[in-house]
Design a protein around this ligand. Structure first.
Ligand code: HAM
Length: 421
């Protein structure tokens, strides 16, 4: 019988990799906490309407990528494709806004999109998602981007390249939409099937199309910057000047539209060439109409999500610093030594020393081989002779140097010795 494999696009994160994931998570907690954000944990499954209303019916995500099912004939549920709509649902459902409209929240977890899997693109992937609700001051846009870049640098990314655009607001975007529709009219035949439909449903999406023919046409299209209202224009200028306060380099990309419909004003991405076509490792922006759209008061918001897998793929290869290698291997030889080693090994673990031992009654040579394979830092050699004389050897597995230690008070001696190094 063939063993059962994982679902296509769903990936295991093996123990060799989880050290990196834990490192990134601990940096996220550290950096976001310093900027006043608090963690929120939200369910993976939501009512489908949350995403159709939140993300937009004519986006790729809602049109073709959601894992949706009818739950025992009762209601349509969806595995969340992103976290923003869920965070807002929780913010409204628990009336967090009533106590204080300003909420600075972050959440880390899996998202699901039924895309075509390829390098850097999965059907289950993870996001580090940050949302700042209740403030529309342009300084918050700059602050969120500053925190993002600081976080990326703190995990080891050398020069994250930040791109930014403004997507206007509900009052200036209709004129732009009209202009794009007019521009595309007469060019329908040169567009892909999806974009021919998008002209009528959501013409801005054509900017996001990966099809070469569509990309070529859209290069000549009018730009939103020419259509934005004074309020959006001033907001964008102030975001830029706030970013300059921190000497934070950014590039304005007037073609960036983002793949979700809820964005208003500032939109941003962090891109990298390493990942080829799937080059955004972070996407985010302001969404001043979304909370109202989801049934809440008219409260603004801004946020971003880091693609966890894409970030991990970018990190410098430094496996040793992400590993949790054992500090000590107890090579116990013979039944008496084994009897002594078992409680010692577990007492050391309870005191925080990563300790391993052998339960297979192997020879000294093969126990040392195992200590080597596990990348143990020290090995304690314990045989009947050592037990009777009370004198043991602690071997440095890297250099091979041995130090004598006394059996009497061995637990404390080992703890002091390892902690001192
Ligand atoms: P998004 O641009 O759809 O935005 O996704 C954010 C990031 O998630 C992407 O830049 C990418 O790194 C990662 N990502 C997306 N799809 C996949 C995939 N199939 N495989 C691997 N990684 C992927 C959002 O989701 C918004 N909710 C971000 C946001 C938060 N905007 C405001 N607040």
């Amino acid at each position: 019988m063939q063993p059962i494999t994982a679902v296509r696009g769903f990936k295991d994160i093996l123990p060799e990799e989880t050290g990196k994931w834990q490192f990134v998570e601990s940096k996220a907690h550290e950096v976001f906490t310093a900027f006043g954000f608090r963690e929120i944990r939200i369910p993976i499954l939501e009512k489908t309407d949350l995403f159709t209303r939140g993300i937009g019916e004519s986006t790729d995500i809602v049109e073709k990528e959601m894992y949706t099912f009818l739950d025992r004939g009762e209601e349509y549920l969806t595995l969340r494709p992103e976290a923003t709509a869920s965070v807002i649902r929780a913010y409204l459902e628990h009336s967090l806004h009533a106590a204080d409209p300003v909420a600075k929240l972050y959440t880390i977890g899996p998202m699901f999109r039924r895309e075509r899997p390829q390098k850097g693109r999965f059907r289950q992937f993870h996001q580090i998602d940050v949302e700042l609700l209740g403030l529309e001051d342009p300084r918050t846009d700059a602050e969120v981007m500053l925190m993002l870049v600081h976080f990326l640098k703190s995990v080891g990314l050398s020069e994250p390249s930040l791109e930014m655009n403004t997507l206007g607001c509900l009052s200036c975007r209709p004129a732009f939409r009209e202009a794009i529709m007019n521009f595309l009219r007469g060019k329908e035949e040169r567009l892909c099937g999806d974009c021919q439909r998008r002209i009528h449903t959501n013409p801005l999406r054509v900017f996001d199309c990966k099809n070469e023919g569509c990309a070529e046409i859209i290069r000549e299209a009018p730009q939103l910057l020419q259509y934005i209202c004074k309020d959006c224009h001033d907001h964008f200028e102030q975001v830029q000047s706030a970013l300059n306060t921190f000497n934070l380099p950014f590039r304005i990309n007037t073609r960036m539209v983002r793949g979700l419909d809820y964005y208003t004003k500032t939109a941003f991405e962090v891109t990298t060439e390493f990942l080829g076509a799937q080059n955004a490792i972070v996407g985010g922006g302001r969404y001043d109409g979304l909370i109202k759209e989801l049934g809440g008061p008219d409260i603004p918001g801004i946020g971003f999500a880091v693609g966890f897998e894409r970030l991990i793929a970018m990190l410098p290869a430094d496996p040793a610093s992400f590993r949790h290698d054992p500090q000590l291997f107890i090579a116990a030889l013979g039944p008496e030594a084994q009897k002594y080693a078992f409680p010692l090994c577990n007492r050391l673990r309870m005191k925080g020393i990563l300790t391993e031992m052998d339960y297979l009654g192997k020879s000294l040579k093969s126990q040392m081989k195992r200590a080597d394979k596990l990348h143990c830092r020290y090995a304690l050699i314990l045989g009947d002779r050592e037990l009777s004389t009370g004198k043991l050897e602690l071997r440095d597995m890297g250099t091979g140097a041995q130090e004598p230690i006394q059996l009497d008070g061995i637990e404390e001696t080992i703890i002091d010795y390892i902690k001192a190094r």
